[in-house]
Write a protein that binds this ligand. Structure first.
Ligand code: A3P
Length: 342
């Protein structure tokens, strides 16, 4: 985490840019040929390999595709932004570190470090280390679509855990996040414009449905390698899915641990209520290499169905209809438009 002295005093911005230009340079020729559309938190989204990305992402993806080397037993956490990445990072960190620190340890790293500090995002790491984008860490994360992952990672023994969330909540969460983190010279993005872009698949890391389907199909094809989780189901039945997650990661809970309530303790440690009320997540900042980000921007409401406070029923049904149509034949259960927030 950045020391307070490196975070600008009196700044009311949620982010502080560290070095905007540096990592684009090696790939300028390719990047300048890519199509662009209006961005959300950044000026543009850039079309690359069938998806739209914030303009900082394609150079990082190219760097990863050229230079990424897998390390044994590295776990990759993947998600479309605002689908529960922070939660998944905390859960996987807590599960895989059970032998080093129990979830009721007063010195547990999750109590004084934001999950994004413990589990870095590959794209941001690659921006700072374009020639050697290889964090030597057991858990890393990404928003890169499955089809654009570096081949050595796909071919390695690395396990991948993907978390998906219902599209209406993803849209609202991402739109509000983008308003907070946008470059201050950009005008605020209206919800109507964001909704339209999301429905057209021209939103950052979109289309949403192709992002989800890529990992869903991989989880069917390689069930030992890719686990597909759903934010809404994790909320509904945490213990069932946390046990599934632990089994998949090769850290199953023993009957004794279950009896001692270890599963519930991990769920409680990683819950929105616990994490969002920690001092580090209320007032701290962390550096993702590109910028300093306030930790509190990753914790808003953490509910299923908050879209109802922003979207009309018609808007939600229309977006859900698009997604249902896109998911048809995939075997992926469409997200249910829940009737209440939880
Ligand atoms: P809302 O904006 O709907 O509240 P990501 O971590 O992928 O950036 O997603 C952020 C969303 O997950 C935000 O949703 C945030 O509040 C929610 N979130 C963060 N930590 C969480 C946790 N421990 N449990 C459940 N939801 C969490």
């Amino acid at each position: 985490m950045a020391s307070p002295s490196t975070f600008p005093e009196n700044s009311d911005a949620s982010v502080t840019i560290l070095n905007e230009d540096q990592p684009k340079k090696p790939f300028n020729n390719i990047i300048s040929t890519l199509p662009t559309e209006r961005g959300w938190g950044t000026k543009h989204v850039v079309g690359y390999q069938g998806f739209w990305f914030p303009d900082y992402a394609p150079p990082a993806i190219i760097s990863l595709q050229r230079h990424f080397k897998s390390i044994p037993n590295q776990t990759l956490l993947a998600s479309h932004p605002k689908s529960g990445t922070t939660w998944l990072k905390a859960l996987v960190f807590a599960i895989t570190n059970q032998n080093n620190c129990s979830s009721d340890d007063a010195n547990h790293p999750l109590l004084d470090k934001n999950p994004h500090e413990l589990v870095p995002v590959l794209e941001f790491y690659a921006k700072v280390n374009p020639e050697n984008p290889n964090p030597d860490l057991p858990i890393v994360a990404t928003h890169i679509p499955y089809s654009s992952l570096p081949k050595p990672l796909v071919d390695s023994d690395s396990k991948i855990v993907y978390v998906a969330r219902n599209p209406n909540d993803v849209l609202i969460s991402y739109w509000l996040f983008s308003l907070k983190l946008r470059s201050k010279e950009l005008p605020p993005l209206s919800l109507d414009v964001a909704y339209e872009a999301f429905c057209n698949g021209v939103s950052p890391y979109g289309s949403y449905w192709d992002h989800v389907l890529g990992y869903w199909n991989a989880s069917l094809q390689f069930p030992e390698k890719v686990l597909f989780l759903n934010y809404d189901e994790l909320k509904e039945n945490g213990s069932q899915h946390v046990k599934r997650l632990a089994d998949f990661l090769g850290h199953p809970f023993s009957p004794e641990q279950e009896e001692q309530g270890v599963v519930e303790k991990i769920i409680s440690l990683c819950s929105f209520e616990t994490l969002s009320n920690l001092e580090v997540n209320k007032t701290g900042v962390h550096s993702n290499g590109k910028r300093y980000v306030q930790n509190d921007v990753f914790f808003r409401k953490g509910k299923v169905g908050d879209w109802k406070n922003y979207l009309s029923k018609e808007m939600a049904e229309h977006l859900n209809g698009i997604v249902v149509e896109k998911f048809k034949g995939s075997g992926l259960k469409p997200f249910v438009l829940s009737s209440s927030t939880s």
